[in-house]
Write a protein that binds this ligand. Structure first.
Ligand code: ADP
Ligand code: MG
Ligand code: MG
Length: 249
């Protein structure tokens, strides 16, 4: 049961090939690690899958529908959510207010206000449930700007969950996170898959984190998909090892 797929996906910008003929099928419930050296095209692949950018070749299917020409919002309503490499929180609002806004936006996009006259209460209830889910309930009244990097990432995941996504794209969630916060964040990501049944695509440079979490690994290099298989097979692949030569980090 494939929930997200790319078929012959390509992106050319001004004569440069950024993404080259990427085909990928992600089964429902899988946690797929996406790795590759810096500049390999991982974020761009997420942009094409989520609708932030449109491919110049190939198709994207989400839950059986061709969404290649659908907007970011349409894909979000169809169950796709993503985080970005850089944080986008309202730092002057509390943690609860940030999630409540995300919950309201999600409801506003999906349901009629007339059917939910008390939607603000529902949004608050949603917000607190999402904060429980990522272990941030104790910080509900903290200003988002005052959180540690690790807790900011948890907050971004809580905001993402407010839209009830089936497929979640996480772009370097460990970036800038102190080592003490890494294990907690790993458990939050694991719970998205294990407890909430989400399908997760995870771009991450921390190799130990990726290997710990992933069912399969996709390796990007120079815009192409070098390999996509179980982690043991991928890490033993000489093509993959040579792609990383000269890369530190
Ligand atoms: P990664 O996330 O794997 O580090 P990116 O997807 O950010 O890689 O970038 C892949 C390559 O595509 C990089 O060389 C980057 O400079 C280039 N690139 C990405 N977006 C654009 C764009 N809009 N215009 C030109 N080049 C781009
Ligand atoms: Mg990069
Ligand atoms: Mg990137």
């Amino acid at each position: 049961d494939v929930v997200l797929s790319a078929t012959g996906l390509g992106l050319r910008i001004g004569g440069a090939t950024i993404i080259d003929d990427v085909s990928l099928a992600v089964p429902r419930g899988e946690l797929l690690g996406v790795i590759g050296p810096n500049g390999a095209g991982k974020t761009t692949l997420f942009n094409l899958l989520s609708g932030v950018a449109r491919p110049t070749a190939g198709r994207v299917h989400l839950a059986g529908r061709d969404v290649t020409s659908s907007s970011v919002d349409a894909r979000a309503r169809a169950g796709l959510g993503r985080t970005f490499q850089t944080s986008n929180l309202f730092v002057g609002l509390t943690v609860r207010e940030n999630v409540r806004l995300a919950a309201q936006a999600a409801r506003g996009g999906a349901v009629s206000l007339l059917r939910f006259p008390r939607r603000q209460d529902a949004a608050t209830v949603d917000a607190l449930a999402r904060l429980e889910q990522v272990g941030l309930a104790h910080h509900a009244e903290t200003l988002a700007g005052g959180l540690s990097h690790g807790d900011k990432r948890k907050l971004e995941i809580a905001m993402l969950l407010a839209a009830g996504p089936e497929v979640i794209l996480l772009d370097e969630p460990m970036a800038g996170v102190g080592s003490a916060d890494v294990p907690g964040l790993v458990e939050v990501i694991r719970s998205l898959q294990r407890e909430h049944g989400a399908t997760v695509l995870l771009v991450e440079h921390h190799m130990d984190v990726v290997l710990d979490l992933s069912d399969r690994l996709a390796v990007m290099h120079h815009g192409s998909l070098l390999a996509c298989a179980d982690p043991e097979t991928v890490m033993a692949d000489p093509t993959v090892q040579s792609a990383y030569l000269g890369e530190s980090a």
